[in-house]
Design a protein around this ligand. Structure first.
Ligand code: F6P
Length: 319
């Protein structure tokens, strides 16, 4: 019998996490279940920093970016000792199950807790869209919108000054933000973990664009794979474009979630609580072909994500 559940947000924050918290809280309350908000992810869990959440604690949350619970990364949560302490605290506070909103690191913690007798459900919250078991993560659509808005603005000024704009986007070794924003903005060149970087090819492509009359170019680059400053110097010295670098950084993580992220978060939060009510733990929820699904976390983490070859082919055809 489930009487009390906990909810926490962990890892990098993502717009829409608050909408997921709201959905978890309201679904649980409507089933007569008490909800405890755990502050700052697993860190707050082992420090026993809890607040009770009622209907009004989650009012006016849908449009708020960030997470009202706070978030943190706690690599030490993989240690058995830390995990046992977390279980002891959850048992002492009579928290029967947990909804964990975060990325794959957070899922591993959720799985470990489930194996120690506390049913946990993972809800995918990250702008990177790098979590298996779902087509889209909460926050991806909002971050994509932010990137597109910025790149559209950069195109205006690049075109006025005959420049090449190199734009670095987040993704943490996943190219989804880059390929989706590349397709949405009509970027000229894309550099992602999937494409890799061949500097000579980039220079050749830019030279070709110049010859064909293009007066500016947008290069979208996924973070953590290229030294963009050295790439920029090479472009400036070897092509007719003056190059400028823009690192979008954490601006991509902020802002009001898009309606699509709000709806996704609401649907996933509801499903997570429903699973807990069915006595299920160690699963993650996701959206597949617009249906809300659940997958065992260990199965999801071992599955490769859908490859985006078709997206890259389309990008090349349309450039
Ligand atoms: O996982 C989300 C993310 O924003 C990644 O895109 C990025 O690599 C990382 O977090 C940045 O982490 P931090 O906020 O700890 O610098």
């Amino acid at each position: 019998m489930i009487r009390k559940i906990g909810v926490l947000t962990s890892g990098g924050d993502a717009p829409g996490m608050n909408a997921a918290i709201r959905s978890v809280v309201r679904t649980a309350l409507s089933n007569g279940i008490q909800v405890i908000g755990i502050l700052d992810g697993y860190k707050g869990l082992i420090e026993e920093r809890f607040i009770e959440l009622n209907r009004s604690s989650v009012s006016n949350l849908l449009s708020k970016g960030g997470t009202i619970l706070g978030s943190a990364r706690l690599p030490e949560f993989a240690n058995e000792e830390v995990l046992l302490k977390a279980c002891e605290i959850l048992n002492k506070n009579e928290i029967d199950a947990l909804c964990v909103i975060g990325g794959d690191g957070s899922y591993r913690g959720a799985l470990a807790l489930t194996k120690h007798g506390i049913n946990c459900i993972g809800i995918p919250g990250t702008i990177d869209n790098d979590i298996p078991g779902t087509d889209f993560t909460i926050g991806f659509d909002t971050a994509l919108n932010t990137i597109v808005d910025c790149v559209d603005k950069l195109r205006d000024t690049s075109a006025s000054h005959h420049r090449c704009s190199i734009v670095e986007v987040m993704g943490n070794h996943c190219g989804d933000l880059a390929i989706y924003s590349g397709l949405s903005t009509g970027a000229e060149i894309l550099i992602t973990p999937e494409t890799g970087l061949d500097e000579d090819t980039v220079i050749e492509k830019l030279a070709y664009l110049e010859k064909s009359g293009k007066n500016h170019a947008i290069v979208i680059v996924s973070e953590k794979i290229v030294n963009i400053n050295s790439l920029s110097s090479k472009i400036s010295s070897k092509t007719g474009f003056a190059s400028r670098v823009t690192v979008l950084g954490h601006i991509q993580r902020g802002g009001a979630p898009t309606p699509s992220d709000r709806v996704l978060a609401s649907r996933l939060g509801e499903k997570a609580v429903d699973l807990i009510l069915e006595g299920i733990g160690g699963h993650c929820v996701g959206i597949k072909n617009n249906s809300i699904v659940s997958t065992p976390i260990d199965e999801a983490l071992n599955k490769p994500r859908e490859n985006k070859k078709g997206f890259y082919r389309l990008f090349e055809r349309l450039v």
